[in-house]
Design a binder for this molecule. Structure first.
Ligand code: GDD
Ligand code: MN
Length: 391
């Protein structure tokens, strides 16, 4: 996937390798030709002014707007590189990873091309790293930060909602920011990262368990070109969040999933029970028959969602195990109800409570049976948390 660089700032005219810069500014680009020059000038002013050795690396998704030529022109006088990624599906986060791999600096800064992020704040990000954090994030929501007034209310709300959804994953005030800096040595193995879509900083923070430092920034709406944040990127965001939740809170998430699947199965159970009687089936027979579609539904959803990362097994065999587990759960459910109401006066007086306890115990048994026996964990090198598997 590595494509030779179109410009070679790292080798001088005699072909000698220039020393690696201290800082690599990695900028994902897709159709940003109109912004490259202004960005490079401002990065130059901000960093050369502080005596920092830098390179600016555009990680481009094979844009068709002449960005490569613009960058080649810039590279005649500035340490600018333009690296083209050629993959069937363009992706901001994967482009950033691609750029980080090709970057030569020990310190990496990631930012947007459209001048939304002020290059003048880069030195402050670097100082924050010196101060001891693992990743310094340019934050719109830290005290002193802000957002362009031109931002539409809808966009502001979406941004706020996304930040809120990520709250259980990080305490960073703006994990949605695409402006951040880190030392290459602190990040996890890049191969272990599995970002999708726009939120690469969030991925790094969560999977790398990084200590976050924040630098307030004033976010400006882009002047030129168009935003690439569309519906697909928003759907990707949910997928990405789900994966990170699974990574961080795998056990509870699986339990929740199992519970939701169980609830949907219960609805099917009741629906079939009523429908069968409506069709004239005797109620006990209806009760017996309704169990099968419901249990099969649960088995399938758990196979596809809750335990999608587990070892795939032949459906018939696994279904049989699942039914066995469910019957066992039923015995525990009804058995504990009978035991509680016959042995404990309190439960005899509050039978509904005994029923709830029975359902709870039965479900727990079902869950343990499923997680330890039905949806096997071993056999392949697949990861062990829901949704870590692709899909
Ligand atoms: N290589 C590549 N591939 N780059 C991309 C792609 C892609 O598919 N999509 C977008 N980019 C680049 C853009 O060219 C720009 O440099 C940067 O990523 C951000 O894209 P925008 O289209 O300007 O996105 P935005 O303004 O909606 O989102 C920005 O603001 C968010 C905060 O609200 C980005 O900075 C996000 O990272 C940030 O979270
Ligand atoms: Mn933008």
């Amino acid at each position: 996937m590595n494509v030779p660089s179109r410009s070679k700032p790292d080798a001088d005219e005699a072909g000698r390798e220039a020393p690696a810069p201290t800082v690599s500014v990695v900028v994902p680009t897709y159709r940003e030709a109109a912004n490259l020059a202004a960005l490079a000038e401002r990065v130059d002013a901000a960093l050369s002014g502080c005596g920092i050795e830098w390179e600016l690396l555009f990680a481009d998704d094979d844009s068709d707007d002449g960005g490569a030529a613009v960058a080649a022109e810039l590279a005649r006088r500035l340490p600018v590189r333009f690296e083209t990624r050629r993959e069937p599906r363009r992706d901001l986060s994967l482009s950033v990873l691609y750029g980080i791999r090709l970057a030569r600096g020990a310190r990496i800064v990631v930012m947007d091309a459209d001048l939304s992020h002020p290059p003048e704040s880069i030195p402050e990000l670097l100082r924050a790293l010196d101060g001891g954090c693992d990743i310094a994030v340019g934050s719109r929501y830290a005290p002193g930060g802000g957002i362009d007034r031109n931002w539409r209310l809808s966009r502001l709300l979406v941004s706020r909602a996304a930040t809120l959804l990520a709250r259980p994953l990080t305490s960073c005030s703006d994990p949605m920011s695409g402006f951040f800096a880190f030392d290459r040595s602190v990040v996890p193995d890049l191969g272990a990262l599995r970002p999708i879509g726009f939120k690469i900083a969030l991925e790094l923070i969560v999977r790398g368990n990084l200590r976050v430092g924040e630098v307030p920034i004033e976010f400006r709406e882009r002047g030129r070109g168009a935003s690439k944040l569309g519906i697909r990127q928003q759907i990707d965001f949910f997928h990405h969040l789900y994966r990170l939740y699974a990574f961080r809170h795998g056990g509870p998430l699986r339990l929740l999933c199992f519970g939701l699947v169980g609830a949907s199965g219960f609805a099917i159970d009741v629906g079939c029970y009523l429908a069968l009687q409506w069709a004239g089936v005797e109620h006990r027979l209806a009760r017996f028959l309704a169990f099968w579609p419901a249990v099969s539904w649960n088995w399938l959803l758990n196979r596809r969602i809750t335990f999608r990362d587990r070892v795939p097994e032949t459906p018939a065999r696994q279904w049989t195990k699942f039914v066995a587990g469910s019957l066992f759960g039923l015995v525990v459910n009804v058995g504990s109800y009978a035991a509680l109401t016959s042995c404990i006066a309190f439960f005899d007086a509050n039978r509904l409570l005994a029923l709830v306890v029975g359902v709870g115990l039965g479900s727990l048994v079902n869950f343990l049976f499923a997680t330890m026996y039905v949806y096997r964990r071993h056999g392949t090198g697949r990861r062990d948390s829901p949704a870590e598997a692709d899909g």
